[in-house]
Design a protein around this ligand. Structure first.
Ligand code: ACO
Length: 327
């Protein structure tokens, strides 16, 4: 079995909590300032899930919006992947909670995938491969994280960086007459870098007294690997498809730090206007970052039919990944 047409993104959606936490509020929690955070990261504010909002409820909100955008019903979905490193529970998967919330049918594969901030690109690639097998027809691919639940609010080196949210796409056979399609994807993970960015407690490994369920990070080293990983994956994807950076209409990078994004733009020799950035309003939302930005880029008219797009991410692992998309 193989699909008759290429696989394309048929719809996008996103959901962000209403509660906004700005830099001035954070300056009252830890020894930091609006000026430091903006200069070093570009972040002005982030969203924080509260009042019963969870990774699953945000994911369901984004998924619902993506289905509406695609003009499809939950019954059309036979593959549901939620990329997250902050699932509501160790089990069942967040995808199963979202399945019930949306009314996705029983004969659908539902599972979570954890590649931290690269999770959405990983999930897109996995969904694409499964659709290309011909055994599934429509996939709902969601990136959702509630990283504020894993933030140490006394640690100024990490708590200023993260926020909550969800973004989603629907993948399926390209519409007749459309040139829209997924072109290529590449994933990777750098061996020996696990301790640079982690949540050391909460898993099934033997607990040490000091293992906490909070994010710990060696920021400078993550920064260097992030720049290298994103540049290399972008270079490889373009080269093996006979494309140049100049042909990219829009790059949607993982929204972690404006300085990382500037370095990527410089490397690709792209005018900065071709890079979509919304991190000033959301901070780093992990697996939600790219689909949330993609949804905003599309709805604001920054992405048009026929455009060549690059999605590129890095995250804990350390992992990285990229995807080339014809819109
Ligand atoms: N406010 C004020 N001062 C601060 C703050 C803060 N919030 N945080 C750190 N500082 C201080 C430090 O203590 C240090 O002071 P010192 O010189 O007296 O020791 C000084 O500022 C500089 O600190 P650096 O860590 O060197 O700052 P840097 O320029 O490297 O920026 C940052 C730190 C923003 C974390 C940067 O390294 C970065 O963005 N790294 C990448 C992190 C990232 O993207 N992580 C997410 C990965 S995705 C995922 O999977 C979750």
């Amino acid at each position: 079995m193989s699909p008759a047409s290429p696989i394309a993104i048929l719809g996008t959606g996103s959901h962000a909590p209403a509660r906004i936490l700005n830099n001035d509020e954070l300056s009252r929690l830890v020894d930091t300032s609006d000026e430091w955070i903006i200069t070093r990261t570009g972040i002005r504010e982030r969203r924080v899930a509260e009042g019963g909002e969870t990774t699953a409820t945000m994911a369901a909100g984004a998924g619902r919006a993506a289905l509406a955008d695609a003009g499809l019903s939950p019954h059309d979905i036979d593959l549901l992947i939620v990329a997250t490193c902050t699932p509501d529970l160790p089990m069942p998967s967040t995808a199963c909670l979202v399945q019930t919330a949306l009314g996705v049918r029983e004969r659908a594969a539902c599972f979570d995938l954890n590649a931290a901030c690269s999770g959405f690109v990983y999930a897109l690639d996995q969904a694409w491969a499964l659709l290309a097998s011909g055994r599934y027809r429509h996939a709902l691919v969601i990136g959702a994280d509630k990283l504020t639940s894993a933030v140490d609010w006394t640690d100024r080196t990490t708590c200023v960086l993260f926020g909550d949210g969800a973004g989603a796409i629907v993948l399926g056979p390209a519409r007749p007459g459309s040139d829209s399609r997924l072109i290529d994807a590449q994933l990777g993970a750098i061996p020996g870098t696990a301790e640079l960015l982690s949540i050391p407690g909460g898993g099934a490994s033997p607990a040490t007294p000091e293992a906490r369920r909070c994010i710990t990070m060696k920021g400078k080293e993550v920064f260097k690997h992030a720049v290298r990983g994103m540049e290399e994956v972008a270079r490889d994807l373009l080269a093996r498809n006979g494309l140049t950076g100049a042909e990219l209409a829009c790059v949607v990078p993982h929204q972690a730090n404006l300085r990382i994004i500037h370095a990527l733009a410089q490397y690709l020799e792209l005018p900065y206007e071709r890079i979509f950035v919304n991190l000033e309003r959301y901070g780093n939302t992990s697996a939600a970052s790219i689909p949330l930005a993609l949804d905003e880029a599309r709805r604001s008219g920054r992405v048009k039919s026929g455009d060549l797009l690059l999605l590129v991410a890095f995250g804990a692992g350390l992992t990285y990944g990229g995807a080339l998309v014809r819109w």
